[in-house]
Structures are given as C-alpha cells and as structure tokens.
Write a protein that binds this ligand. Structure first.
Ligand code: ADP
Ligand code: MG
Length: 576
C-alpha cells in the first residue's frame, strides 16, 4: 500500500481517541476552557449519560468571530506561543486540540460573544466538518453544545459504561473542579434538574459540605503547609473516617486536577500505620509550586504531570499529612461492639510498616467549623497522665486517666516506645550502640543473602554493627542500646525473613521500617509478667511518645473506656 497523509478529520479522530475517552472527558475539556477564559459563572447541562448532549456555558472572554474557525482547528490555541512557554504553562489547556477532537466525533455547536452589542457568532463542526460562522444574538461568553458523542465511532460507544457510571464520572469531575475554583459560580443540571450549585463566594468549606455532607466536613482536618516555594493546602480525613478505595484521594497541582499514583502512595504511606488494611483516607490536596517545576505535557488528556523534584514533592506531601494528623490525633474511643468482642477488622501486617514518626516541630493549624474546634481544641498528641492500676492476663496494663479507664496492650505499647526512642536517636544522628561481649553469628540462606547485604548499611545507621563473617555468615557485634534487653540474633533473623526485595525506593523510609520491625521483635511479649516498676516505666515511656495510640504497624496500643461509656453500659446515664 502507498503511504498517504491522513485527511484532517481522520487525524482528529485518532487524536480524539486520546483526549475524549468518555462523556466526562468532554465535560473536562469544555470546563477547562471556560476556566481558562476567566469565567466567573459556569453552567453544565447534560442529558442521559452525556452521550446525547453536553452543554457548557460560561461568561468568560469569548472568542472573536475571526478566531472562531481557528478555535475548532487542530493545533490552534491562544494559550501558547513559543516552545519556551511549554515549560511555563499557566492555563489548563495549551495543546489546541480539544475542540477539534471533540468535534470530530460528535455534532459540536459553538456560540461565542466577546461582549459587543450582544452580537455573537455561531458555528458547527460535524464529525470533523466545519460550517461557516453565522451571526446570532448572544451575551458575553461562550456556549458549547456537544451532541451525539461518538455517533461516527461505534466502537467507542461500546466502551461506554452504564448511564449511572458515566454520570458519576461527570459529577465527580464537576464537584472537584468546583472545589478547586470556589470563586466561580457553578451550576450543574442533569436532564433539566439542578443537581449541584455553588455560590461563588470562594469558601471551600461550603463546597466540601455540598460534596461530602455537613457532618463529615466538620470532621475533616485542615492541611496548611509551606516549604520554600511549595505549598500544600487542603483537607484530610481523621483516622476514624475511611473509605474502601482510593477514589477520594484527590490532588490539584497548580489548579489542575491530576491523577498521580506517586502522590497517592505518599498519602497512603502517611496514613499507613494508622489505618486498617484495605481502608483509605479521604484527602483533597492543593499543591502549588512554580509553573516551571511541573511538566504538564505528559499526556493529551493532561491528567498526569511530571515533577522536576518528585522525591521532594513525595516527602513533603507525606510530611504535610502526618503533621495534620498528629496535630489532631484523638484518643481512640472504645465503642460498644468492641466491648462485646466484635473487634474483627483486619490489621495491618507487620511488614506493611512505614514510618509514622514525625519530627518534633509543630505547626499552626486551624479547624473548619466551630464544632470541629471544640472537638479538636485539645489536640492531645500525648496521653493524659495515667495512674497504673495493674496488669491483667500478663498481657494488658490497666490505668486510670482523667477521663476514664485505659486498657493498654503491653507488647504494642512497648513496640511504640522502642520505635520512637530509636527514631529520635536516629533523627538526631545520635544512636547509641552497645557492643556485645559474645557477638552472635547469623547464618543466612543464599536467597536472603542479597537482601541482608542491602540492608546492612541501614541497620548500621540504626545502631547495629553487623559484619560479613564468612560465606552467608554475619556477626552481630553491636546493637542499639535501647534494645539491649532483647535477643539480637533472633531479632535479626526474623527481620531478614520478612525483608522484601522492593524496599529500596525511598531511603528515608527504610530506616523507619526496619526500626519498626526490629522493635516488634525486641518488645516485651504478651504473656510476660511485668514487675510494678516495669509496668510504671512502660506507662511513663508511652506518655512521652508522639503517637502513643498506635504501634508502629498501626495496631491500637490501647482502648479507652470513657466514664461516659461506663455510665451508659451500667445504665447510669440520666440518673445523675
Ligand atoms: P486549548 O484549550 O488547548 O487552547 P482547545 O481546543 O480546548 O485548545 O481550544 C482552542 C481555543 O479556543 C482556545 O485556545 C481558546 O482560545 C478558545 N476557546 C475554547 N473554549 C473557549 C471558551 N469557553 N471561552 C473562550 N475561548 C475559548
Ligand atoms: Mg482546551
């Protein structure tokens, strides 16, 4: 076959495959154009799944009549002039292909007016074929109507999901953008019914309440974080509110909604020791940084970005979340189902550990809504002073606090104590080691050999001193002093058992993860009888922890029976 240059409408259809995946992608492109045009009022109307009709109308700058044919041509844009601009993009659009792509797979009708004498111009693009503009009466702004999406690409139609699903994508998208642009007045109609609207008064909290409900919104914790020219603002769920999937982990980078598995994993890591396995937080973060720090030209749908310093962004996102969580961590209250033994949620396995340790600098944060303030007024990161009552079943400590009874799991609590002590020393580069008089030799299977080899430098940073001794043999010459009660060769052996090969991506986390494992092995066990002094010492140590309420692997270290709960259980409420 001879080689031919494709006709324009076919080239557009091919490009459309990347830009227009489903009705929600059309909404995205049109809405982004309206935002770029400086609109303060955007209305979206859809019929059915959006496949029948999508209409977006705005009061933005409009397009002058002579530019109208260009607006719907491929690679025609008003947002980019030179190749340098490409690395300094301030608008949501810049590729100049959205309207051409959409118009190649639908009936597109565009009416635009720049505000002169209520005269606008209208033109259509049908399956890629344009008709000349004609004058119409119109108010300032642009209305774009897209009908019969994919009518000429039946293969695409087959990939569309149910009406409910397609609508959900559209609604999610609109709500997210409304949140990111609260100064715009949004209206969204489905089949003529108003589904969602905002006032445009700039208050994100009001829009959050629309989206997630008032009650949930009150419980969200604010994130306000700034480091150099990177700022991270937003809202995150406290550990008591979780989701079964990652869909509510949302990022805006310089006003652009982005999907980024890397950022998502930073968030999940920040929560990891605090949530049950398979549960995810609700997170909306707005990252702002110089435009030159982000490459947005990664994919035609512009939903992915590349950061110039991705490791830094990752660490900062994690840190911003940990700080917000730490500032507001509540004492886990025991609910009645726990009391009756229904505590069956699956727990985070030990090896899922990531650091929940945060450096000591605290941060100023404010809370949404006055009720939230009263709930969170006392961001008790630390435990209240506890009075030891005793040990039960050689496994739990019982203590009394100002607000009721605390049942403490001695193993989990000790794990937390050792972990924080070790990490504090590590962060201040001041780990004290204790030499072993009779250094044990650890024999490692060939399969695990490489893994241990890789980890030795991290172990040594944590206060171990491990040398290679012979083929597959290692000598443990010193261990961190705070672990001197334990059994080092056992600890190292079981540590190696659970090592995973992929633990090398972020060196920052590795030490914390390893420390958590070591501490788990070295901590007091359940079933171990403790003297009164040991029990008291454990409580005191726990009181001075940063995150005393969970072990480094996310299990609760304690259960709180509030006076209130006790009264209810004994039927005493109301009798006072
Ligand atoms: P891009 O947004 O990448 O520039 P599009 O194909 O989405 O490409 O739009 C092409 C051009 O049409 C834009 O650069 C802009 O000048 C104009 N345009 C599109 N939609 C609007 C709108 N709602 N208001 C004003 N101008 C618009
Ligand atoms: Mg665009």
């Amino acid at each position: 076959m001879a080689i031919k240059i494709l006709p324009d409408h076919i080239a557009s259809q091919i490009a459309a495959g990347e830009v227009v995946e489903r009705p929600a992608s059309v909404v995205k492109e049109l809405v982004e154009n309206s935002i770029d045009a400086g609109s303060s009022h955007i209305s979206i109307f859809i019929n059915g799944s959006g496949q029948d009709k999508i209409e977006v109308s705005d009061n933005g700058s409009g397009i002058v009549s002579s530019d109208l044919p260009l607006a719907i041509s491929r690679h025609a844009t008003s947002k980019l002039y030179s190749s340098e601009d490409l690395f300094n993009i301030r608008t949501l659009g810049f590729r100049g292909e959205a309207l051409a792509s959409i118009g190649s797979v639908s009936h597109l009708n565009i009416t635009s007016c720049v505000g002169e004498e209520n005269l606008g111009w209208q033109m259509t693009l049908d399956g890629g074929f344009a008709r000349d503009p004609k004058p119409v009466g119109a108010a300032r702004g642009t209305v774009i109507k897209v009908e019969s999406l994919f009518y000429n690409v039946p293969a695409r139609l087959k990939f569309l999901k149910s009406e409910i699903t397609e609508r959900k994508h559209i609604t999610n998208f609109i709500m997210r953008y409304a949140l990111a642009y609260p100064q715009i007045r949004w209206e969204y109609y489905q089949d003529g019914n108003l589904i969602f609207q905002t006032s445009g008064n700039g208050k994100k909290e009001e829009i959050l309440s629309e989206i997630f409900g008032v009650e949930l919104t009150k419980k969200l914790l604010p994130v306000e974080y700034q480091n150099g020219n990177l700022s991270i603002m937003g809202f995150i769920s406290p550990i008591s509110i979780t989701r079964s999937n990652r869909q509510d982990i949302i990022f805006f980078v310089n006003g652009r909604l982005v999907q980024d598995t890397f950022l998502t994993s930073a968030v999940i890591k920040a929560y990891r020791t605090l949530l049950m396995v398979g549960r995810y937080p609700l997170v909306v973060l707005f990252l702002n940084m110089p435009f030159s720090e982000v490459d947005v030209n990664v994919h035609p749908s512009k939903a992915e970005v590349r950061f110039r310093n991705s490791e830094t962004v990752f660490t900062e996102v994690q840190r911003s979340i940990k700080r917000a969580l730490l500032a507001y961590s509540p004492v886990p209250n025991m609910n009645v189902s726990v009391l009756w033994g229904n505590y069956s949620q699956k727990l985070d396995p030990a090896w899922e550990m990531a650091s929940s340790y945060v450096n000591h600098d605290t941060e100023k944060t404010s809370v949404i809504g006055s009720e939230a303030i009263s709930q969170n007024m006392l961001p008790v990161q630390h435990l209240p002073l506890l009075r030891l009552i005793g040990q039960v079943a050689a496994t739990y400590l019982i203590a009394e606090g100002p607000d009721g009874l605390y049942l403490i799991d001695q193993h989990a609590a000790h794990e937390r104590v050792l972990f924080e002590q070790l990490m504090t020393q590590y962060y201040s580069s001041n780990v004290s080691s204790q030499n072993l008089l009779d250094p044990p030799v650890v024999q490692v299977s060939l399969e695990k050999l490489g893994t241990l080899d890789n980890q030795i430098k991290h172990l040594n940073k944590l206060g171990f001193h491990i040398d290679s001794f012979g083929p597959g043999q290692f000598k443990v010459r010193a261990i961190p002093s705070i672990l001197s009660q334990g059994n080092p060769d056992q600890a190292i052996l079981s540590l190696i058992e659970t090592f995973e090969e992929d633990e090398s991506t972020l060196s920052l986390d590795i030490e914390a993860r390893i420390a958590a494992r070591v501490c788990k092995r070295m901590a007091i066990k359940a079933g171990q009888i403790l003297s009164i002094e040991e029990q008291k010492a454990l409580l005191t140590d726990l009181e001075s922890c940063q995150s005393p309420r969970t072990c480094p692997h996310g299990r609760p270290t304690m259960i709180h029976l509030s006076v209130d709960l006790l009264e209810r259980q004994f039927g005493r409420t109301g009798s006072r």
